[in-house]
Write a protein that binds this ligand. Structure first.
Ligand code: HEC
Length: 252
């Protein structure tokens, strides 16, 4: 069940978004959590036990937390927040729940860098390239959020590929094929339930988020979409620098 407070929190978040205040707020994840997840029946202040399970110190990993918060748990009262929260708030709250489990997600909320440890020269160059305005929508931050920059179209990056070759041949298991009438497109599904069907259409860059009538779109596993097709704005040496940045920023 959606708590009334939850609806209110979304409206607050929407207001913050409209005011452009979301990025750069360090404690945003904690604030979103307090307003949205710790209300009424749900998860308790700072992730302690309440009606729903305790979230602190459970040894969850980021992929798990991100999956549950984004997609919800079918058949329980845990909703899919991807359709209820703007992506920056979602990333911030995932980072906060991760922090309750002793994981430091590289600065999910923007603001001050979570890791003040200096990056190597190669990795700093990669950090610039990752979000470089001159690449326009070809930059990685069009679809990935890292270090407080970018749009989390894709789930947070949890593995840095070992080599440029590995990055180029990356498997993308989350990308499905959506069929709506005669139209087929590569898609990242955010929600496909009785009440809403929301997905990112990856046909073009930047991806477009689409809302459809529930049941009107069919999703099939697999897709002809290739990650390689969206990283062409960089040469191999630039990609190697970006990988150095990923390796130094993403802690296993
Ligand atoms: C147009 C959108 C888009 C752009 C631009 C893009 N990616 Fe991705 N990327 C994706 C999608 C979608 C996935 C996830 C697919 C999945 O999980 O199935 C992904 C997955 C990844 C993964 C795997 C994550 C993991 O934890 O396994 C890495 C690493 C990655 N991208 C790096 C990059 C880098 C580096 C760049 C820039 C050079 C980049 N991406 C540009 C859409 C994009």
């Amino acid at each position: 069940m959606m708590c009334a407070q939850m609806m209110r929190a979304q409206m607050i978040m929407a207001g913050l978004m409209a005011g452009g205040l979301v990025y750069g707020q360090n404690s945003q994840g904690e604030a979103v959590f307090a307003q949205t997840c710790a209300t009424g029946y749900c998860h308790g202040a700072k992730g302690t036990a309440s009606g729903a399970p305790r979230l602190a110190g459970r040894g969850f990993d980021v992929a798990y937390i991100s999956g549950v918060v984004t997609r919800g748990i079918p058949g329980t009262s845990m909703p899919a927040f991807s359709v209820r929260m703007p992506p920056p708030a979602l990333a911030a709250v995932i980072g906060y729940v991760a922090s309750l489990n002793g994981i430091s997600v590289p600065n999910p909320t923007g603001g001050q860098p979570a890791t003040t440890a200096a990056l190597s020269a190669e990795a700093s160059r990669g950090a610039q390239l990752f979000k470089e305005a001159a690449r326009s929508f070809g930059r990685c931050s069009t679809c990935h959020e890292l270090g407080g920059f970018g749009i989390p179209v894709a789930a947070p990056i949890v593995h840095a590929p070992d080599s440029v070759a590995a990055l180029k041949s990356l498997a993308t298991p989350a990308v499905k094929t959506a069929t709506a009438g005669a139209e087929a497109m590569p898609a990242l599904v955010l929600s496909d339930g009785k009440r809403s069907t929301v997905f990112y259409d990856l046909t073009s860059v930047p991806p477009v988020d689409r809302n459809a009538e529930p049941g009107s779109v069919k999703f099939a596993d697999g897709s002809a979409w290739r990650h390689l097709s969206v990283i062409g704005a960089y040469n191999d040496s630039e990609l190697a620098a970006i990988l150095a940045y990923l390796r130094e920023t993403i802690k296993p």
